[in-house]
Design a protein around this ligand. Sequence first.
Ligand SMILES: Cc1cc2nc3c(=O)[nH]c(=O)nc-3n(C[C@H](O)[C@H](O)[C@H](O)COP(=O)(O)O)c2cc1C
Length: 220
Amino acid sequence: MPGDVTDLLRTTGSVRTFTDAPVDDATLHAVLDTARFAPSGGNRQPWRVAILRDLDARRNVAALMQGVWDEYMAYNRAGLVPFATETLPEGSIEHVPNPLLDMIDTIPVVLAIAADRSKIAVMDSGFDRPSLTGGASIYPFCWNLLLAAREHGLGGVMTTFLTRAEAAAAPVLGLPDGHALAATIFLGYPVHQPTKLRRQPVESFTTLDRFDGEPFNIGN
Ligand SMILES: Cc1cc2nc3c(=O)[nH]c(=O)nc-3n(C[C@H](O)[C@H](O)[C@H](O)COP(=O)(O)O)c2cc1C
């Protein structure tokens, strides 16, 4: 467990392999109980969480995610940004194993996170590009959850590929009308907790006054 906030923020890497140890309900409840302090637009707290325990439900959503993963990997192989503007060459999708999905039965905690769209003010709705701000009221909650999990020695990873199969996943998960699937989060006790994260330095993404301004350095 990290000792302070800076340490926590700098060392919470993705965990995709878990020990067999189960996560008890009190621990999971405590994690959710801390995550709920996330910010959201108008403090409308649009999150809903489904804890997937039923094996059939898990296998159903894993199969849907696998289809999306295969498509994602086909884009990668073709050197394209997945699901962006260009379409895939015909017949290029093939099965690519995904270790997380292959062990869906045994992952200690699988959470589907949804957002009530009626509670989200989408500041960039109607723009000639996909909305970014729509997610801003749900992803802080997801990240809070992963950070809160560390206090209990847990690790995990957020994934978004189920959203691409939202229509098919909705009946499996009982997704209420007007809700969007935001993420699937996997949690458990890490086999290995990565702590050395590769991230770009401040100067590479921070500039003065304008985005094409001088790089920000201490003292300039
Ligand atoms: C919006 C979002 C979607 C992600 N989707 C996936 C995913 O589908 N599968 C996966 O294994 N990791 C997923 N990740 C985890 C990223 O791969 C990970 O945060 C990134 O590679 C940095 O790795 P690190 O945290 O281990 O340093 C996702 C993370 C975010 C924030």
